[in-house]
Design a protein around this ligand. Structure first.
Ligand SMILES: [Zn+2]
Length: 265
């Protein structure tokens, strides 16, 4: 049976819902952008630039090319969002209306649906698409890429910021992570952000902005110490090793020690 576990991605102004699970590689690798009528040319151009920048980044930094087909449906408003959610994900009217209310986008299997009106402008849309596409690369190299959620989501956020920097696009989200933590209700422990269940519990207690911010800062810390390469070595390692072992093999430090010693600022 297929497990569908929804979780929410964010930046302050955007809420992105993705279903994290095995992303099987099949067919020829390709990202198609399907633009709904009513979407401005500027928004469409930002989406195309995000796709191109993500592909360029992964080729250059990790030597990876996306092997599966991904379709991105870009819509301009809530009404079109509900229509696509119903059509592409077979949701009922009520389910689609609820999801369109609470999210700016969803990713399920090879289909991403994004409502550009909810992403906080072109910059937010760029960030959203990069973040979600990083998940597809994670899923391509690992059957178990959600083993440690703070690494899954933190990597998607931090690489999205790097992709934007490489493309010369300002990433407002990255600058906000320390502030989000300073102003939030407290800092969750990384060891409480491993499983889906823990991730959901922490979001309920601390809010999603805090969960994403602490995860992102943890990945920033790892990259500062070890560079970019070990991140995807870790995700690849999850195919053969337990998460703790894959972490040690990739980063040369024990997961428990890193989590215990981590300070976001
Ligand atoms: Zn995500």
């Amino acid at each position: 049976m297929k497990t569908r576990i929804p979780f929410i991605s964010l930046a302050l102004t955007l809420f992105f819902l993705i279903v994290c699970g095995p992303l099987q590689a099949y067919g020829a690798g390709r990202i198609d952008l399907v633009v709904d009528r009513g979407t401005s040319r500027d928004v469409e151009a930002a989406a195309r630039a995000a796709i191109e920048a993500t592909n360029d980044f992964f080729k250059k930094v990790y030597g990876l090319t996306l092997e599966r087909k991904v379709e991105i449906f870009l819509v301009p408003d809530r009404q079109a969002h509900i229509k696509e959610l119903k059509q592409r994900y077979s949701l009922t009217e009520t389910e689609a209306a609820s999801r369109a209310q609470s999210t700016s986008g969803s990713a399920l299997d090879g289909i991403i649906i994004v409502n550009a009106a909810n992403t906080g402008g072109k910059q937010g849309l760029f960030f959203c698409l990069c973040h979600e596409l990083v998940h597809y690369f994670q899923g391509q190299v690992s059957r178990n890429f959600c083993a440690i959620m703070w690494l899954t989501e933190g990597t998607a956020n931090v690489l999205a910021a790097q992709i934007m920097a490489a493309a010369g696009v300002q990433c407002l989200e990255a600058g906000l992570w320390p502030e989000v933590l300073k102003r939030g209700p407290g800092i969750p422990r990384l060891e409480h952000l491993h499983s889906f269940k823990d991730w959901g519990t922490t979001i309920n207690s601390y809010g999603q902005a805090t969960a994403y911010a602490v995860s992102s800062m943890a990945v920033v810390t790892l990259i500062r110490a070890k560079g970019n390469k070990p991140l995807f070595a870790f995700f690849q390692g999850l195919n053969k090793a337990k998460p703790e072992d894959a972490f040690y093999q990739a980063f040369g430090v024990k997961l428990a020690d890193f989590e215990k010693n981590f300070r976001p600022y």
